[in-house]
Every structure is written in structure tokens, then in C-alpha cells.
Ligand binder design. Sequence first.
Ligand SMILES: [Zn+2]
Length: 253
Amino acid sequence: MLVDTHCHLDFQQFDADRDEVIRRAGEAGVQYILNIGATLESSRGACELASRYAQVYAGIGVHPHDSRLFDRKAEVELRELALKEKVVAVGETGLDYYRNLSSRQEQISAFNRQISLAKELDLPLVIHSRQAEEEALRILKEAMPVRAVIHCFSGDENFLKGCLDLGFFVSFTCNITYKKAQGLRDMVKLTPLDRLMLETDAPYLSPEGFRGKRNEPFQVKLLAEAVSLIKGVGFEEIANSTTGNAISFFKLR
Ligand SMILES: [Zn+2]
């Protein structure tokens, strides 16, 4: 059994065939799907999917791109959404200094407030960090103790070590299969199996051979196979450990 710990099935790319996508995932052995919120609206969508499908769980949060929209009102609504059944994380939240769609100040403020919310609600954080590793780590360190997973890991060995030292989990997407992603594959090698999780980030980041197409949660199987090859560990062991990590980290049941 496998878990896709991060995808966006509430997005309109899935409007035409969402049932089918979720069925296909189940057939590929995906036991649970975590639909992660990126905006208030998509956090609502995540909760709605979680209530409709037994295998879907929700994260609620505002992506760093949309930090400028994270006001008091948004915070109040996130807090309300968090009370719903099957909400298992706050996120995605964090910093994105690659695209800078919100100012750094807005990103840091929204990040800090979502960290506080996660602590208040006793939920783990799903962290998005792109070209902001040092700052993200500094903020998280200050906020300890927190439980966090670094989603779509794209940092270097220093950042990886910093995250592991704080007890965080690291999750990898299908971009580890890209020809030019040897650096990422090295990070997969360095991540202990008891800290590693899998995610598709669908509809984004389709694996090599499917690039340009919409990604789907069933591809987490291909991802597990890739990790198995990179680490030289059997597929079953990869599936068992990553699934066990997801179940205990997000308290899925
Ligand atoms: Zn995402």
C-alpha cells in the first residue's frame, strides 16, 4: 500500500474525471490521498473532497504565493476549517523566494501565523520552501517544537541535514525521475527511510516519460519504484516504510 501525501485534486484540472482519478489511484495501491490546500478556496475544496471520499484527507493553508491574501479573516476561516473531520495538517505554507508572488515580508508573516495555528491546533505543517531554505529553517527553528514535512524537497545537503536535525520529514515528488535531477536523487539517498514520504503534487510534476501531461496520484507507485532503485532497497520496504511514516505523521486512521 502507498500514500500520496500531497496533491491538489480540488483543482479544476480534475473537474471532468475526479472519481476516475481517485479510482485509478486505488487500483495502483494508493491507500490514502492527502489533498493539500493552497488558498482558502482550495482548503475548502480539500475539506469537501475529504468528506466525499473515504481515502482522502485534507490539509488547510495558504501557499506562500498567496501570502498577501492571508489576513485576519483568512486566519479565522482556516481555524474553523481545521475543526472539520479529516483535516490532518496545516499547509501548504512556507516561503517561495523563487517566484516572489507575494513580498517576502508578507510571506514571512503568513508563514509565522500558520506555524502558530498548527501549534495551537496540534497539527503538523506541510512546508513549501523554494530558494528560501536558510530563512525557512531559521523561522522553524525559532518556532520549535513543531512537527513538519518539507514537501517537494529541492534543497541541498545542508538544508536536508538541518531539517533532519529538527526531526522533520522530507517528501519527494516525481521530479526525482527527471534526467537532470541527479542532485535530487543524491538527497533521496541521504534521507533515512524512517523520515521519507512520497507525494505527486498532482496536477504538477508528472514523472519522466509523462512530462507536460497532468500528474495523478496513481504515479506515486512509479515514484516508489524510483526511490527503490535509488536506494537499492526493495519496493515492498519502500512502500511499507513511507506508508507507515505517513500514517503516523498525519495520524491517518
Ligand atoms: Zn503542492
